[in-house]
Design a protein around this ligand. Structure first.
Ligand code: SAH
Length: 354
């Protein structure tokens, strides 16, 4: 399978250098061989592990965040509870279980999942059978009603392009194929690059995701017209770091992104500053970026963990405490991961920002 995708990519790149976005599109989303179209990449036997797979408390607290927001919005009925890239459905399942303490929320809620991976859709269907989810290919077709939108480690999977500022001009980092081997090629960019390119000193490398901007614009328009809120959690930054973040992860290790396309997860850190600018253009309110550690502590993760520990066996206890540290500790996910929240400008203050 990887040979077939490798040949498809090599043929395309031999004709003309591919942008990283085109390369990611093929490697991740090729209908037959793309990384996100086939297998389940999550978990110990996959390539990476995510917060909801580490601890049930993650999804539970997000579920309670949704209940609180829904209550503050005047309890719209019906409303959409949408997740972008729901993986195995674990976050949503934990969120809905915790939200079950408020039956009116569950009754009013219509679950909508945006997912491109067929295997994961099956897993999500099994995890969420009680809630009859509806699937969408793209988040631009949400039903016309208020929506709470959740995205954990979704935006990092979207294609980016990478530009290099040199003394004389901008160049784009592209991928060419020479003698059957994929390699990097810096291509001079004749026209002004993407809209909103930051001023950059020579040597800086800037990453831009048109796909992320488009999704943010669509969601902002939806929330502005119908009400609701969006919460996105991911590794990323507010101000462009000036260095590349495009990376490959295979079996829990960093890998060469040009080796074995379709066999590794390809991601880039999320440019939350660019998402914020796009949301503001649509008149949305963007809440200050907070770290995952601070956000989870504000929602009560310490108390929830203590509650689980109190009725656990000694072995479970160690696992619970390790998972808690992994999610919140600043040397683990606590600081690297950020929480980004967008609401219409007249929405009340979301939990975590009070
Ligand atoms: N949110 C989950 C999974 C994160 S992995 C968790 O935290 O465990 C990224 C998820 O986004 C996967 O479900 C993947 O299949 C999905 N995905 C990636 N690119 C996508 C795209 N362009 N459209 C829809 N879903 C996508």
């Amino acid at each position: 399978m990887s040979d077939a995708l490798q040949a498809i990519i090599a043929r395309a790149a031999a004709t003309q250098p591919l942008t990283i976005a085109q390369y990611m599109e093929l490697a991740l989303q090729h209908p037959e061989y793309g990384y996100y179209r086939r297998h389940d990449p999550l978990g110990a036997r996959g390539d990476f592990i995510t917060a909801p797979e580490i601890s049930q408390t993650f999804g539970e607290l997000i579920g309670l965040w949704c209940v609180d927001m829904w209550d503050k919005l005047g309890r719209p009925d019906p409303f959409t509870l949408c997740e972008l890239g729901p993986g195995r459905g674990t976050l949503m399942r934990d969120a809905l279980r915790a939200a079950g303490t408020m039956p009116a929320f569950t009754t009013a809620c219509r679950v909508v999942l945006v997912e491109s991976n067929v295997d994961l859709r099956t897993a999500q269907g099994a995890a969420l059978a009680d809630y009859q989810p509806q699937w969408l290919e793209e988040p631009d077709a949400l039903p016309m009603r208020p929506a709470l939108v959740i995205a954990n480690e979704f935006f990092d999977a979207l294609p980016i392009r990478q530009y290099i500022r040199r003394e004389d001009d901008w160049y784009e980092n592209c991928i060419s194929c020479v003698a059957g081997k994929l390699q990097w090629a810096a291509v001079r960019v004749a026209v002004p690059v993407a809209a909103g390119m930051p001023a950059a000193a020579p040597g800086a490398i800037v990453e831009v995701s048109v796909a992320a901007t488009n999704i943010m614009r669509d969601l902002s328009r939806h929330l502005a017209a119908h009400g609701g809120a969006m919460l996105a959690i991911d590794y990323g930054y507010d101000a462009a770091p000036g260095s590349p973040t495009f990376q490959a992860l295979a079996r829990h290790n960093y890998a060469d992104p040009l080796r074995d396309p379709g066999q590794a997860d390809l991601t880039a850190h999320v440019d939350f500053g660019a998402l914020a600018a796009t949301a503001r253009e649509q008149g949305m309110q963007v809440w200050p970026l907070v770290t995952q550690g601070d956000f989870l502590r504000a929602l009560g993760i310490d108390a929830r963990c203590a509650q689980l520990v109190a009725r656990a066996t000694p072995a479970q206890r160690d696992a619970l405490l390790a998972a808690h540290r992994r999610l919140t500790d600043s040397v683990q996910m606590g600081t690297l991961f950020k929480v980004f929240c967008v609401t219409p400008s007249d929405d009340p203050v979301p939990a975590g920002w009070e």
